[in-house]
Design a protein around this ligand. Structure first.
Ligand code: ACO
Length: 333
């Protein structure tokens, strides 16, 4: 094992969000809703939506470029790219396209799907490659364009989602292992709560050979079930990750949760006894950007100078699957 490879630092971040914006008032012309309902129930004011000619790969590559530059590296230095997405441009995967757009010709690249937990799951996956000494410089990207899969006539879901991408660079670190603790879960029993599922029509190819050809259906969600799940499981998973890190909640400088609903974030922070000023939230501007929400929030807070080198961040993603996870890390090198 490479000696440098055993420890990890998160050395750069970047993000990219589309310029097109749709406000709550705009949505009230599409469905029976209001700015007041959306703001009070979710905390969302606007969301950024990818244009027809913007791909997930474009947003992901832009976010990765920012992260690689902040880390003081070039795309050629990157060994591995993990793209967490549920909305690839191509079902065979979009990570290799991102590799090409970046010019990261020395990197192997693959997609990872875990809905809104995707970024945390990908970060932990990246850490395993670094800890085993296999790779030294890994780009982890969370990117989603859920606007392509939302039913824009369904007021219970269309008000929630936006598009974007965020990325970090993880590197082997000779000093301290800065991924301090993590914990991840899946519960397929609750799979029905949140879906973007394939539906095929039976098609006979020859007698006795029936296949199902069709397409993916728009997002369906039991909002109340997902809400209850998040409020119960997210504090628990953060506490477990903190336990693994041998830290108490007081040690957390910043809480960055998947940006799904302000009420969920408030409830989780309250359960953990974390004051509101330590909670990083930007869903008022972007809505729920799925796998992208944590790294976009991280990137904005780092670039604003809020998060400083050495700060301890507790992050938690949760969503379809159902899946949920937490990662506690120290920012920077
Ligand atoms: N505008 C106006 N009224 C609405 C809207 C809307 N956009 N949407 C629903 N309503 C109505 C409902 O029809 C219902 O009316 P009724 O009482 O006459 O039946 C009423 O508002 C209340 O509906 P609820 O669903 O009970 O509203 P709730 O307070 O639970 O808020 C919400 C709904 C915002 C979806 C909430 O349940 C939530 O945030 N759930 C969690 C979602 C989430 O976290 N997803 C994360 C994962 S995403 C991923 O993994 C891709």
């Amino acid at each position: 094992m490479n000696e440098l490879g055993a420890k990890i630092a998160i050395t750069g971040c970047g993000s990219s969000t589309p310029t097109q914006v749709i406000t709550n008032d705009d949505l009230s012309h599409l469905v029976d809703t209001s700015d007041e309902w959306i703001r009070t129930r979710t905390g969302i004011g606007r969301r950024h939506l990818a244009s027809a000619d913007t791909s997930v790969s474009d947003l992901a590559a832009q976010a990765a470029q920012g992260a690689i530059a902040m880390a003081g590296l070039t795309p050629q230095d990157i060994d591995l790219i993990i793209l967490a997405t549920s909305t690839p441009d191509d079902l065979f995967g979009s990570a290799a396209k991102v590799q090409q757009l970046l010019g990261a010709s020395n990197a192997v690249a693959f997609d990872l799907t875990a809905a809104c937990s995707g970024f945390v799951f990908a970060l932990v996956t990246a850490a395993q490659f670094i800890r085993t000494g296999v790779y030294q410089r890994v780009v982890v990207i969370g990117a989603d364009v859920l606007s392509r899969w939302v039913d824009w006539s369904d007021r219970s879901t269309c008000v929630l989602f936006g598009d974007g991408a965020g990325a970090v660079v993880c590197q082997g670190n000779p000093n301290e292992d800065r991924l301090l603790g993590f914990e991840m879960y899946s519960d397929g029993q609750q799979h029905h709560s949140l879906n973007l599922s394939y539906q095929g029509q039976p098609t006979t190819l020859k007698e006795g050979v029936l296949i199902g050809q069709g397409t993916y259906q728009p997002i369906t969600m039991n909002g109340r079930e997902v809400y209850r799940f998040a409020v119960a499981k997210v504090p628990e998973v953060i506490e477990k990750a903190l336990f693994r890190a041998n830290l108490s909640t007081d040690a957390i400088d910043w809480l960055i949760l998947h940006q799904a609903n302000q009420r969920i974030m408030d409830a989780v922070a309250q359960r953990l006894n974390i004051p509101p000023e330590k909670v990083i939230a930007n869903l008022g501007e972007y809505g729920n950007t799925s796998a992208a929400s944590i790294p976009i929030a991280l990137d904005e807070a780092v670039r604003e100078g809020k998060i400083k080198t050495g700060d301890i961040i507790a992050s938690s993603g949760f969503g379809a699957g159902l899946t949920w996870g937490a990662a506690v890390f120290r920012w920077g090198i």
